[in-house]
Design a protein around this ligand. Structure first.
Ligand SMILES: Cc1cc2nc3c(=O)[nH]c(=O)nc-3n(C[C@H](O)[C@H](O)[C@H](O)COP(=O)(O)OP(=O)(O)OC[C@H]3O[C@@H](n4cnc5c(N)ncnc54)[C@H](O)[C@@H]3O)c2cc1C
Ligand code: SF4
Length: 311
């Protein structure tokens, strides 16, 4: 890149992604950030100076070719950018939203040495959303089958990522997920306003279209053990069961009805939609303090126990 062009790029301001206004977002559970427009994405992409030794790539756990996908956005080739991302990342719309980029790729971005780093995560989100919203998601060519079968235990981001990588190498992959829906913490932990379920669903669909088989309501260990999976035709097993088991503090009262571990509380609300009880089967007990606040004139209707309605 010629030095004059580089200087001009360094002068471009970091683009601000619009989001729901505070007075609106306190009344709903929809996603708060709204994403870049095409114009914003192109300007933001032009802030990348296309380093010869891109430190950002080293900062990315899945080694996305960051300058390449950003250059495609700068050239207006949004769908190509999404395809580039998916060469090494099966979940770009998820990662573009919830990856801690500020501690990874963006932390080491060279542009950040003198100002704000390039918004790599937001650009990733933009490209993945652009492709999905236009229904132009294409499936990469899958190599001839190797004849090998892999079982993946757990359909969280770890299991889904492994499944995507293995299927792209020509192996047959079956994911066994204990819950009724894949996604792990992405669906039962991270709330809708931060990561909408439809985004996770779309990326799971992409994996299925690539040939990943997903079996839900399948608790490995109860149905089949890992040894049995290996004895029954699988050549390898990846265990990605997460860290869902709560650690209790052993304090009096923690076993009382209505005291939840964080994961149970989140699962009831995010996955089982307990905020719609009794229309749905799963309840969540509400704190008295929360109710008092709701009836009062002050406060935002959410008790300090966080158990007031979420919709
Ligand atoms: C509330 C919350 C918010 C978070 N927010 C962020 C964020 O914004 N950004 C970020 O980077 N990280 C975030 N994290 C952390 C992130 O979600 C985890 O690091 C990530 O989900 C771990 O992925 P995993 O696939 O290893 O495990 P999990 O997501 O826990 O998935 C494991 C899966 O295995 C299944 N399973 C367990 N046992 C079995 C079995 N025996 N048989 C079959 N299936 C089984 C479970 O049902 C689950 O679906 C957050 C975590 C929480 C709890
Ligand atoms: S470090 Fe920053 S400027 Fe350099 S290639 Fe990566 S995103 Fe672009």
């Amino acid at each position: 890149m010629d030095p004059k062009d580089m200087k001009e790029r360094m002068k471009l301001p970091r683009q601000i992604m619009s989001e729901q206004a505070p007075h609106e977002r306190v009344r709903n559970f929809f996603e708060v950030p709204l994403g870049f427009t095409e114009e914003q994405a192109v300007i933001e992409a032009k802030r990348c100076i296309q380093c010869k030794n891109p430190l950002c790539v080293g900062g990315c756990p899945v080694n996305v070719d960051i300058p390449w996908f950003i250059r495609l956005i700068a050239d207006g080739k949004f769908e190509e950018a999404a395809r580039k991302l998916k060469e090494t990342n099966a979940l770009p719309a998820v990662c573009g939203r919830v990856c801690p980029q500020e501690d990874q790729c963006e932390k080491v971005c060279i542009v950040g040495k003198k100002g704000a780093p390039v918004s790599i995560g937001r650009l990733e989100r933009f490209a993945a959303d652009y492709e999905r919203e236009r229904g132009t998601v294409s499936i990469p060519e899958i190599p001839k089958t190797t004849g090998k079968k892999a079982a993946v235990v757990g359909g969280g981001p770890a299991g889904l990522t492994v499944a995507g990588d293995l299927v792209k190498k020509g192996h047959k992959v079956t994911v066994f997920e204990a819950l009724h829906t894949p996604g792990g913490v992405l669906v039962y932990g991270i709330p809708e306003f931060r990561l909408p379920k439809k985004i996770v669903k779309a990326e799971v669909e992409y994996l299925k279209r690539m040939g990943v088989e997903i079996v839900v309501n399948a608790v490995v260990g109860k149905l089949e053990t890992v040894d049995e999976l290996l004895a029954n035709g699988f050549d390898a097993v990846f265990v990605g069961t997460g860290a869902g088991l709560p650690v209790f503090m052993n304090i009096p009262g923690e076993n009382l009805c209505g005291v939840y571990s964080a994961n149970e509380y989140l699962t009831r609300l995010n996955l089982m939609r307990a905020y719609q009880f009794p229309e749905v089967d799963t309840p969540v007990l509400r704190a008295k303090k929360g109710r008092r606040h709701r009836r009062g004139q002050h406060g935002n209707g959410r008790g300090s126990h966080g158990a007031a309605p979420l919709s």
